[in-house]
Design a binder for this molecule. Structure first.
Ligand code: YXS
Length: 268
């Protein structure tokens, strides 16, 4: 018979504060930790709570040994019908900004596969510690979705453009060794050691002067995000993206995902 707590709804993320370290564990394995607005809003709120408690270092992780760290943006929630699917107000974008502006290091501890918007989320963390099971894929071309300029900037600030193109154009996962080679991840750590490694790293950073750490993080954010784009250029980019998210291919991409079938893109 189910005890009461077994039937109680599980929280979509689990948060914990121990000393100066805050941990967010993604907790929706039934949906492969898909980045739904519920999960993302909880993550953003957790960071606000951590900030109020002056938590110095944050770890974002999934449960130990998962096969899927996060399956990326919840496809069921992607806007369809003439609205930017990755607009400024999208919960994913709000969560990415919350990570990037958090006044302390946010470390992604990755086991298993990382997909789509979850790749942008991990890349928006200050460091990625990953084990040998980790893979990373960015998948808008699987859906016919026009990725946003902010997300491309996150990649450009980190990776060579030819590698970014290969990841975006193929949507193929890259494994831990390739990810380490190109600088996506800071350390590849055996799955048996990754929890202790990440905790030790966080605790070491937490012994340093938090104001000095926070100001370096914010300076690096401002400097890397500062990419002047002429108004007309930005408007042209938005117009190009609008043509894509208003295309029949984008509708087909989402329809095919939801129907669990391969999409047939016709270039219009
Ligand atoms: O059928 P039920 O209801 O049990 O739900 C299934 C899946 O529908 C659900 N699920 C998702 N729901 C919404 N959005 C998702 N991204 C998503 N991924 C999975 O989770 C339940 C279990 O999925 P299932 O049976 O496929 O699990 P599996 O273990 O066989 O396979 C795990 C994956 C991750 C390999 C597989 O679920 C998968 O390929 N998921 C989609 C990965 C992906 O393409 N993500 C990109 C999403 S779009 C995005 O992030 C950006 C907008 S962009 O496109 O620009 O990158």
């Amino acid at each position: 018979m189910n005890t009461a707590d077994e039937t109680a709804p599980q929280p979509i993320i689990i948060t914990e504060v121990k000393g100066h370290i805050g941990t967010v564990t993604l907790n929706n394995m039934a949906k492969r930790n898909a980045l739904s607005s519920a999960l993302l809003d909880s993550l953003t709120a957790a960071l606000g709570d951590f900030k109020a408690q002056s938590v110095r270092v944050v770890i974002v992780r999934a449960h130990k040994g998962v096969k899927v760290w996060s399956a990326g943006h919840d496809v069921r929630e992607l806007r369809r019908g003439h609205q930017d699917p990755l607009g400024y107000a999208d919960p994913l974008e709000q969560a990415l900004r919350a990570i990037r502006s958090y006044p302390g290091p946010v470390i992604a501890m990755v086991q298993g596969s990382v997909w789509g918007g979850a790749f942008d989320l991990a890349l928006s963390c200050d460091m990625i510690i990953a084990d040998e099971t980790s893979t990373f894929a960015i998948t808008p071309v699987n859906l016919g979705l026009p990725y946003n300029t902010t997300g491309l900037l996150h990649c450009l600030n980190r990776l060579p453009v030819n590698f970014i193109k290969e990841m975006f154009f193929t949507a193929s996962p890259v494994n831990a060794d390739v990810a380490k080679h190109w600088g996506i991840i800071n350390h590849v750590v055996p799955s048996t050691e990754i929890e202790a490694f990440t905790q030790n790293l966080a605790e070491h950073i937490a012994t340093k002067a938090p104001l000095a750490v926070a100001v370096v993080k914010e300076q690096l954010r401002v400097l890397t995000d500062f990419q002047p784009v002429a108004a007309q250029v930005f408007e042209r980019i938005q117009n190009m993206r609008r043509e894509v998210y208003e295309s029949a291919d984008y509708q087909e991409g989402i329809d095919a995902f939801l129907a669990k079938r391969k999409p047939e893109f016709r270039g219009k």
